[in-house]
Design a protein around this ligand. Structure first.
Ligand code: SAM
Length: 246
């Protein structure tokens, strides 16, 4: 069987996704029409259609190479009637009302938030967003909160030495899941409740990193800028330690 290597040595094909992408597909409601934005080889939509999770999917790609890979994969699988491969930036590949669910995986949280922001006029008829940032999930939670999307589930997992978060959201009461908005936005309200081993590992790693930066800043020339940065870091360290020690 032919495997392709994507993020951090992941090996997958349309029969067997990485644990990361398989976890994303768990949140796709059965029978919905889905758009996978930044689809690369279109493994996720091919898998979702072949497993009977969705009857129709759009694979969106902005870069020519991955767009061609996605087209080729869909042709190899003979899924051209169920998967439409489209080239374009973010949500511009979708027409209003065409899909019920959107997945965006394997990018930074800031880029995912930008894609949602730039395409927000396409989201009126979308029921669910499933977002898998590699970094900065906080940017996505901030965007969801600001735009009336309620987090309904979160997952954190480790694969090949990297830690990934998955966020599922629906339109609703965006503040509902948060007991403490500051900590919740940074660490994830569901993940904070669960406090899994992976979650602890992630935040212990962040704490170590922030402490190291703080020590370097202590040694640097003290300007208004370094003072501000130190204040921010101390605040974040306090927030995270509080959650880990609860
Ligand atoms: N979603 C797949 C996964 O999780 O394995 C592929 C992730 S890959 C690292 C990110 C993909 O997103 C790349 O193929 C890139 O070309 C695409 N991409 C980045 N920005 C995009 C945008 N604004 N619109 C559509 N695709 C984008």
């Amino acid at each position: 069987m032919l495997f392709n290597t994507l993020i951090s040595g992941e090996k997958m094909n349309t029969e067997k996704l990485s644990n990361r992408l398989e976890a994303v597909t768990k949140y796709i409601p059965m029978g919905t029409r889905v758009a996978d934005i930044g689809s690369d080889h279109a493994y996720l939509p091919c898998y979702a259609v072949k497993k009977g999770i969705v009857p129709f999917a759009i694979a969106g790609e902005v870069v020519e190479g991955p767009y061609q890979s996605a087209k080729k994969q869909v042709e190899i699988e003979g899924l051209e009637n169920q998967i439409s491969v489209r080239k374009g930036n973010g949500l511009e590949v979708i027409k209003l009302g065409e899909v019920d669910c959107i997945t965006i995986a394997g990018m930074g949280g800031t880029l995912i938030a930008t894609i949602l922001e730039e395409g927000k006029n396409k989201l009126d008829t979308v029921q669910r967003l499933i977002l898998q940032p590699n970094l900065s999930a906080v940017s996505i939670r901030n965007w969801l909160l600001k735009h009336g999307w309620e987090l309904i589930a979160e997952e954190i997992l480790e694969e090949d030495g990297k830690i990934y978060e998955i966020l599922a959201a629906e339109k609703g009461e965006p503040l509902k899941p948060y007991k403490n908005a500051d900590q919740g936005l940074l660490m994830g309200p569901f993940l904070m409740e669960e406090k899994s081993i992976v979650f602890r590992d992630k935040w212990l790693g962040e704490l170590k990193n922030w402490e190291r930066i703080l020590m370097q800043l202590e040694k640097a020339a003290q300007t208004e800028e370094t003072e501000k940065r130190k204040q921010e870091l101390r605040q974040k360290i306090k927030m995270v330690e509080e959650v880990l020690n609860q």
